[in-house]
Design a binder for this molecule. Structure first.
Ligand SMILES: Nc1nc2c(c(=O)[nH]1)N[C@H]1C(S)=C(S)[C@@H](COP(=O)(O)OP(=O)(O)OC[C@H]3O[C@@H](n4cnc5c(=O)[nH]c(N)nc54)[C@H](O)[C@@H]3O)O[C@H]1N2
Ligand SMILES: Nc1nc2c(c(=O)[nH]1)N[C@H]1C(S)=C(S)[C@@H](COP(=O)(O)OP(=O)(O)OC[C@H]3O[C@@H](n4cnc5c(=O)[nH]c(N)nc54)[C@H](O)[C@@H]3O)O[C@H]1N2
Ligand code: SF4
Ligand SMILES: [Mo]
Length: 705
């Protein structure tokens, strides 16, 4: 038996794992107690990846769909057939007729991210979509304008902070996003233990808030009001850090803008008492160090860009950006920013045909994908490559999106499984999982509080005919006459070199000690030094922007909304929640992560249930302007009254290869059938979909019938 050290690639935390290998098979996967940073931490999903690796429902061979039946093909046949179709569609309808959708797991697989960029560059299509427009494009759009690159994402310095203001996240369940966060509870408790504060702003008292810190209830989709009002208090009471403001541009304009958000109105709209807003603002400004952070609950609101901007403005004006205990910019984020600029130049992304959305971080809003497919005209999308994604469940639109996907001339899904989206594809191509491929945490280098480098070889050889995305894309590009990275000969060269040989080049470009990083378990790097980022900003001559015009363009819209929300009775609003034993749509097929019974339940406050005559355990109709679902109910007095919560990623389909997930009666419902897609439904600056705060009604189903 050999014990191989590797790491988990399901989320940002990148927890160290050890794999026991006997006769070429992994027999056990466990947390790595000796990992220099994660030190034996892993959530329940990491070790469960062994079951994904061995899952009999995994794709093993390329397959083609003929009507409802799937047939195996050789890689040669599949590559040639897809290449020919792709070439013909491009020839007849032009480069924009081919779209690519890249899903969330690409953030944790360096070659999937980089090779997809090269494939899209070669296709010369504008139609590059990703899960980011369902998750975080507001953060990218804002960072680009405030800090000069979307790759510069300040991370909360939790291990030193005196005040953690956390909006719209549930670290104990999710390990957060945009920061590597192993051992979340231990680290949050340490803040309180050393006399600091942890404030969780959320419409639900989460598993995290129950365990640590203070809860501030907020009505869904009103965070921008709270944050702008806090900034107002800071400016009105002259609590801003003068020296910090000198490194910025636009502070006066920002001060004028926040004056339009009266504390009393913000309180009426958000449900956060006025005294609390004032106290939070004063305490945040007065703390020796403080860090404001928001995650998906806020990103997915109707004003995600303004809200995230206000979060970072709080950090900046109180002098907490790039201060120990504040919001840090890891030095390697600057290397990522350079890499991002290079790929952007290759690709020259263009605005969307439908809705004219500007690309954010190089991709267009998935919320217009159905329109791009269904709307005739020049540039209509006719072919789609879905790489590590399940937009049918993760994106809005429900049945309309299904209709659009089903109408495509060519759809190819590159995935571990045939998921619900893949079931509509013409071809499914099987990929390796993280036990079967070499890797290093590319995206995470910009978000590590404790920087480390780790390059891991494959633990075992791929099972069946699984291949890496890099290899698959290079072969498809060659078969279709597409030039990877738009460079002559690149497809040929990459085909010979293989992704594995390119890794040292990429990691060297990011300033990595490649040799040491290859040591089992990786190597802990020197801590980032607070202040370095601001010095680089000063040297670059472009100060931090506190009044980007197109971000503040949201102010009139938001003040009008504030007025509406501050008067009148608030409607019932739907929010999401993540679940420990689930990862978006794709870990529902593992018996060890499936408890008995249905996990996709609508949580409702007992008062709201009573007002509607709804009883615990029964099924109800849940309706929005866009759709209707029937779901079972559970009572939850940790919710703010007026708010209901349903997790996403459910609504599994027997046409997918997930037999456990699609077991009758436990498939759950696709919450995104209730979310609106189309250009008018999206946040104008970032193209983000609105999942937080959808107006809904809940009705009991007729009983006894
Ligand atoms: N209502 C609502 N909707 C949401 C959210 C929400 O909170 N509420 N959250 C949003 C967020 S934050 C996100 S990130 C998106 C996610 O949106 P998507 O990325 O579209 O969906 P996932 O469910 O994460 O599906 C990932 C797919 O990748 C496959 N996969 C896993 N690992 C690999 C790999 O290494 N290679 C390949 N090729 N495939 C792999 C899995 O089998 C799965 O089919 O969903 C969004 N949708
Ligand atoms: N176990 C598990 N872990 C995961 C995932 C998973 O599916 N399962 N997904 C991964 C992914 S892709 C991501 S992006 C991260 C996301 O990580 P998080 O952003 O921490 O995701 P959630 O746990 O869904 O927390 C969102 C919180 O926002 C709250 N909320 C909803 N609406 C609002 C609002 O309007 N205002 C405020 N202030 N709060 C609101 C919800 O109650 C919820 O507690 O998690 C990652 N980790
Ligand atoms: S927190 Fe869980 S899913 Fe995320 S990297 Fe660690 S073990 Fe994997
Ligand atoms: Mo996400």
């Amino acid at each position: 038996m050999e014990r191989v050290r590797t790491y988990c690639r399901i989320c940002e935390a990148a927890c160290g794992l050890t794999a026991d290998v006997e006769r070429g098979e992994v027999t056990r996967l466990q947390p790595d107690a000796e990992h220099p940073v994660t030190r034996g931490y892993a959530c329940v999903k990491g070790p469960a990846m062994l079951d994904v690796h061995r899952d009999p429902d995994r794709l093993a061979h390329p397959q083609r769909r003929d009507g409802g039946a799937w047939h195996d093909l050789s890689w040669r046949e599949a590559t040639r057939a897809i290449g020919e179709r792709l070439a013909a569609i491009r020839r007849t309808h032009g480069p924009d007729s081919v779209a690519v959708y890249l899903g969330n797991p690409s953030a944790f697989a360096w070659q999937m991210a980089v090779y997809t960029g090269g494939f899209v560059a070669g296709l010369q299509t504008r139609n590059f979509f990703s899960a980011s427009s369902l998750d975080c494009q507001n953060k990218f759009a804002v960072a680009e304008r405030m800090f000069g690159s979307y790759a510069i994402q300040p991370i909360p310095d939790l291990d030193r902070t005196d005040f953690f203001l956390c909006l719209g996240s549930n670290p104990v369940v999710s390990q957060m996003s945009f920061v590597a966060m192993p051992r979340p509870l231990e680290r949050l408790r340490a803040i309180v233990a050393r006399g600091g504060r942890v404030v969780m702003v959320n419409p639900r008292r989460t598993e995290t808030a129950r365990a640590v810190g203070e809860q501030v209830f907020i009505r869904p989709d009103t965070d921008a009001f709270l944050l702008m009002a806090m900034l107002r208090v800071i400016f009105d009471e002259e609590l801003a850090d003068r020296a910090a403001l000198e490194r910025t541009e636009g502070a006066d304009e920002l001060a004028r803008a926040v004056r339009q958000f009266a504390v009393a109105d913000a309180a009426a709209a958000s449900g956060v008492p006025a005294e609390t807003i004032v106290e939070l603002a004063r305490a945040f400004a007065a703390a020796p160090s403080a860090t404001a952070y928001c995650s998906t609950g806020v990103n997915m609101g109707s004003a995600g860009s303004l809200a995230f901007f206000a979060v970072q403005a709080l950090n900046v004006v109180t002098g907490n950006l790039d201060r120990a205990g504040g919001a840090l910019v890891p030095s390697r984020a600057l290397g990522l920013a350079r890499l991002a600029r290079w790929i952007d130049r290759l690709r020259a992304p263009r605005p969307s045909r439908i809705g004219n959305f500007a690309p954010v971080a190089g991709t267009l809003p998935t919320g217009v994908l159905a329109d791009e497919i269904l709307t005739p005209g020049d540039g209509q999308v006719r072919a789609l490559f879905v790489i590590a994604g399940n937009p049918l469940l993760s994106a809005p639109g429900g049945e309309r999106l299904r209709r659009a996907l089903a109408s495509l001339e060519l759809m190819v899904s590159i995935d571990l499984y045939r998921n619900e989206t893949g079931a509509l594809a013409h071809y499914t191509l099987p990929t390796t999982d993280f036990l079967e491929r070499e890797d290093f945490p590319l995206v995470q280098v910009g978000m590590q509080p404790e920087p480390y480098a780790q390059i891991t070889p494959p633990v075992v050889a791929p099972r069946g005919e699984r291949r890496t995305e890099g290899r698959i894309l290079v072969d498809l590009a060659r078969a279709a006459g597409v030039r990877m990275f738009r460079a002559p000969g690149a497809s040929w060269l990459l085909g010979r070199l293989g992704p594995e040989r390119l890794l040292p080049l990429v990691s060297r470009a990011l300033g990595w000690p490649v040799g040491e990083a290859r040591r089992p378990g990786g190597v802990r790097l020197a801590d980032d030094v607070p202040g370095e980022f601001l010095r680089a900003v000063a040297a670059g001559g472009k100060p931090i922007q506190l009044a980007p015009r197109d971000i503040l363009a949201a102010v009139p819209r938001e003040t009008a909304r504030l007025e509406r929300e501050a008067s009148g009775a608030p409607p019932l609003r739907l929010i999401g929640r993540r679940q420990r034993r689930s990862h978006n749509s794709w870990m529902h097929n593992l018996p060890r992560l499936r408890p008995d019974g249905d996990e996709c339940k609508l949580a409702i406050h007992p008062l709201d249930a009573e007002a509607r005559g709804v009883r615990a355990g029964e099924r109800v109709a849940l309706e929005s302007a866009r759709g209707r679902l029937e779901v079972p109910v559970e009572l939850d007095d940790d919710l703010m009254p007026g708010t209901v919560s349903l997790p996403h990623g459910w609504g599994h389909d027997a046409a997918a290869s997930w037999r456990v997930a699609a077991r009758a009666g436990e498939t759950g419902a696709n919450v995104n059938a209730l979310a609106a897609d189309g250009p008018d439904a999206l946040e104008p600056l970032s193209g983000m979909v609105r999942y937080s705060g959808i107006e809904v009604e809940v009705r009991p189903l007729a009983r006894g019938s």
